[in-house]
Write a protein that binds this ligand. Structure first.
Ligand SMILES: Cc1cc2nc3c(=O)[nH]c(=O)nc-3n(C[C@H](O)[C@H](O)[C@H](O)COP(=O)(O)O)c2cc1C
Length: 170
């Protein structure tokens, strides 16, 4: 198959796959590195490399799930608190093999939208690399990530844009 055909197929096949559809099998470190490396090849104005990705697996991922649940509980008015939503936050993070936090770093050298655009292109590269490796992923952008502290320290000139959930498909 020629390159254009392979690329077209990968772009067409790419889908958001949600944690409920991930299997329990582990993704190898080699493939995970490949996914993250592909992100860093995205175009970025003035070479600001505005993406800051942190990978959560194992114990760190479990802690992230607990912090996200606790943030949900403390930011939600009691009358609007839903036990199902609370459990779902934990379920999704625990079900994923890997969670990658998506943070944009604003360098001040280019407009903010350009940095967000570059990060989005980096995430698309990860989506496509996942697709090519038969791995499921999806970008989740819950507002409560703004409150993360322990798991993800965010600097003044940065913003968390959500998580990329990654997991093997059945
Ligand atoms: C910036 C961005 C944020 C997203 N945030 C969420 C989200 O919070 N929850 C969700 O279910 N899907 C989220 N998605 C995934 C979209 O819902 C998904 O891409 C859309 O349903 C189209 O499906 P596809 O990716 O399979 O084409 C997000 C996608 C993008 C690009």
């Amino acid at each position: 198959m020629n390159k254009a055909k392979v690329l077209k197929e990968i772009i067409e096949q790419r889908r958001s796959i949600f944690p409920k559809d991930y299997s329990d099998t582990e993704i190898s470190q080699e493939i995970l590195d490949e996914i993250l490396h592909s992100a860093t090849l995205a175009p970025n104005h003035k070479r600001t490399k505005p993406w800051r990705f942190k990978t959560f697996r194992g114990e760190e991922k479990a802690k992230l799930a607990l912090e996200m649940q606790s943030i949900y509980k403390s930011t939600q008015p009691e009358t609007l608190f839903l036990e199902k939503k609370y459990n779902d936050i934990g379920f999704k993070i625990n079900k994923a093999d890997t969670v990658v936090s998506i943070v944009v770093n604003f360098s001040g050298m280019v407009p903010k939208w350009e940095e967000i655009a570059a990060v989005s292109m980096a995430v698309q590269n990860m989506y496509l690399t996942c697709t090519a490796n038969n791995i499921g992923c999806y970008w989740s952008s819950p507002k409560i990530v703004d409150h993360l502290k322990e798991s993800l320290p965010i600097e003044e000139n940065q913003k968390c844009l959500g998580f990329l959930y990654i997991g093997n498909m059945y």
